[in-house]
Ligand binder design. Structure first.
Ligand code: PLP
Length: 362
């Protein structure tokens, strides 16, 4: 079947581009001797996780317990939830999962760690923990070296937890405007993490892993000695946000196929993909919602829930019923809206993958 024959809106993934992206990141990390633990919140799809593991990934990263459950069920044996897990219902599920696979989870306070330790002790399981450090994003994570060391000492006294590493997410890198700014931010982050790790090791803690994240950071973090593990996520598909940060346009593997449902006399073309098919991210100054792959002179100027507005400069040849593909601004939020993705090689649909962890935000 040709993808043009699909009903729309439909999420398409270009197999060749996906495979090239997987290969390139696997090579980047391998040639610098780094472990790759890709963030699966981007694709939420077991088939892609299997491809990442087959290409040498040491395990998966997820943000949510529900995602971890899906990937464990699909056979993934080593999962890091790079997030704080809080609340009785979740802790019950977490310790159950810890019997099924090697599980690590983030901690940045005793308020998070104590109930986790109690749940693990009650269930008779050991849970790996990694201490989250805020290196500039100002989201979760301990903010000072003193706070980190005090927390490590307190964790050592808690039963059934095993501290094996420190981690950060350098999401503030998304605000950097040039490679020079990115390099400076990474150098600062690396120094902070190296200094903390050295202090922890000196005080007797077995910190075997320093783990960092982010796709735009990968080419800067991969060569840094002392950073052991990269948790890039969005690299599998790339998107307009990554292109704005140096990824080649031809590496964008994900598109939303959409149908023209109305053509207005003023050259405005209305398609059947709005924010419920593409997500609402508008990170660009011009407020565009995506890019039309077939014709970049069409600007995706606005969207409501079920409608996308394309503006044609100087008229358009598009007619009602025509189909075009849209490159989303942000692949992760876009994928989460769809039940399945169609795997395309050239024009041919080769596979249909269920996005099994979509909507798993609990
Ligand atoms: C904790 C954590 N690690 C890794 C990543 C992956 O980063 P990216 O989306 O830039 O690939 C994210 C993304 O949000 C994250 O929150």
């Amino acid at each position: 079947m040709k993808y043009h024959a699909l009903d729309t809106p439909a999420l398409l993934v270009d197999r060749d581009r996906l495979e090239a992206n997987l290969h390139n990141m696997a090579e980047l990390t391998r040639c610098h001797g780094k472990m790759l633990r890709p963030h699966a919140k981007t694709h939420k799809t077991p088939e892609i996780a299997q491809m990442q593991l087959a290409a040498g990934a040491v395990g998966l990263t997820v943000a949510k317990l529900g995602e971890a459950e899906v990937f464990a069920e699909a056979g993934c044996t080593d999962i890091f939830i790079a997030n704080q897990i809080v609340g009785e219902q979740k802790l019950e599920r977490l310790v159950r999962l810890a019997r099924q696979c090697t599980l690590r989870v983030g901690v940045d306070s005793l308020e998070v760690a104590v109930p986790l330790s109690e749940a693990a002790r009650r269930a008779g399981v050991r849970v790996g923990v990694r201490l989250e450090v805020d290196t500039g994003l100002h989201r979760a994570g301990v903010r000072t070296k003193e706070e980190a060391i005090a927390l490590a000492h307190a964790l050592a006294k808690l039963p059934n937890l095993e501290l094996d590493g420190i981690f950060t997410y350098e999401g503030h890198l998304y605000q950097a405007n040039s490679d020079q700014e990115r390099a400076i931010a990474i150098a600062r982050m690396s120094e902070t993490l190296a200094d903390l790790r050295e202090s922890l090791v000196r005080q007797g803690f077995a910190i075997s892993v320093t783990s960092v994240g982010s796709t735009p950071g990968a080419r800067f973090t991969a060569p840094v000695p002392g950073l052991d593990e990269l948790r890039c996520g969005v690299y599998v598909f790339n998107d307009r946000m990554q292109v704005a940060r140096g990824a080649p346009k031809e590496s964008c593997a994900l598109t939303v196929l959409t149908t023209v449902i109305s053509v207005r006399p003023d050259g405005r073309v209305i398609v059947d993909a709005g924010t419920k098919a593409l997500a609402s991210d508008k990170p660009f100054a011009d407020q565009t919602m995506g890019e039309v792959l077939e014709d970049t002179s069409l600007r995706f100027v606005a969207a409501s829930e079920e409608h996308g507005h394309l503006q044609a400069e100087g008229g358009t040849r598009l007619r009602v019923g025509d189909k075009v593909r849209i490159v989303p601004n942000h692949a992760c939020t876009c994928v989460n809206l769809h039940e399945r993705m169609y795997v395309v090689k050239g024009e041919e649909v080769e596979d249909v993958w269920e996005i099994r962890a979509r909507g798993k935000f609990l």
